[in-house]
Design a binder for this molecule. Structure first.
Ligand SMILES: [Zn+2]
Length: 130
């Protein structure tokens, strides 16, 4: 377990490794501590390595990435299913709405974690520390 919060850039994981850790809700730095305190609220700092995350603001990045991912899954699925099966309109509207909502709620925190890890890994603007 890492305990030093002031690791230099050479000791940090790569961008994709950090994103993979954030994708499963873990600290991009150490992969052990949790990244979110609640559904979408990131932790102030990692409980395992003490890396600070409260200054990073993913803002609209997470909804943008969520729409991009969910849209590219749902739209082709709707087109294929609606072309091959005769489904009553009310069933179609109810089912696709529920599936889209469920997929959105599953994707949003993961998207926020990935965007947050990109900002953290690259020291990109989006941090209030600048
Ligand atoms: Zn950590």
């Amino acid at each position: 377990m890492m305990t030093d919060s002031n690791l230099d850039q050479t000791q940090r994981p790569g961008v994709f490794k950090a994103a993979g850790r954030a994708l499963i809700g873990r600290c991009p730095n150490c992969g052990q501590g949790k990244l979110f305190a609640t559904y979408l609220k990131q932790v102030h700092h990692c409980a395992a390595c003490n890396e600070q995350y409260s200054h990073i603001r993913p803002d609209d990045g997470a909804p943008w990435l969520t729409i991009l991912v969910v849209g590219h899954i749902i739209v082709p699925l709707v087109l294929v299913v609606e072309m091959h099966y005769k489904i009553p309109m009310w069933t179609s509207i109810a089912a696709w709405s529920a599936i889209t909502l469920a997929l959105t709620f599953l994707t949003l925190p993961r998207a926020k974690g990935v965007i947050l890890s990109f900002i953290w890994s690259t020291n990109a603007p989006g941090s209030e520390r600048d």
